[in-house]
Design a binder for this molecule. Sequence first.
Ligand SMILES: Cc1cc2nc3c(=O)[nH]c(=O)nc-3n(C[C@H](O)[C@H](O)[C@H](O)COP(=O)(O)O)c2cc1C
Length: 177
Amino acid sequence: MSRIGIFYGSSSGVTKSAAEKLAELLGEDRCDLYSMEEDFVDFDEMLDYDFLLFGCSTWGSGEVQNDWRDPLLDLDNDKPDFSGKTIAVFGAGDYVSHGEQFVSALGILHDKFKARGATLVGAFPTEGYTYKYSFAERDGQFVGLPFDDVNEADKTAERLERWVASLQAVLPEAEEA
Ligand SMILES: Cc1cc2nc3c(=O)[nH]c(=O)nc-3n(C[C@H](O)[C@H](O)[C@H](O)COP(=O)(O)O)c2cc1C
């Protein structure tokens, strides 16, 4: 399927806004937005798509946003097959109050879906970010797109645009109108 499925979990709306902006940048006519709280039923919905964007903010101390918790437990138990699926992850954090686990949820999602056979794309440079530690940092890059609207909201729009530009090469071709 050439449509793009965007599934997000967001407690105060920051990752939700980013998900909506991503749909706008990618083309709303080819994106389907799902709130993990309101719309997610089971993994079959995700498996309808070959290309998926997963949004998840970080809470607790380096934990996934609440609406992703049970689905990730189900993922471990049910072991759905994500091979052939391409996934990119994005999410909000706070580098000032939580810089010791900055956007670590992205690393958790990345690892969980990679373990289910998905191809993870959308790594983003760490340049321009400040933090002490992030489980989302691998080999000097973030595994997906982080943003911090608590402390540097002015940078988010440009980061989203750069990320979408970097994804163009791996995106499915848009269907003819
Ligand atoms: C209790 C609490 C714990 C948090 N823990 C983290 C954390 O471990 N890492 C991080 O980067 N941000 C952390 N944050 C910051 C949130 O991720 C940030 O407020 C984000 O904008 C929330 O996005 P959302 O509205 O999409 O859920 C925490 C915030 C609160 C209030």
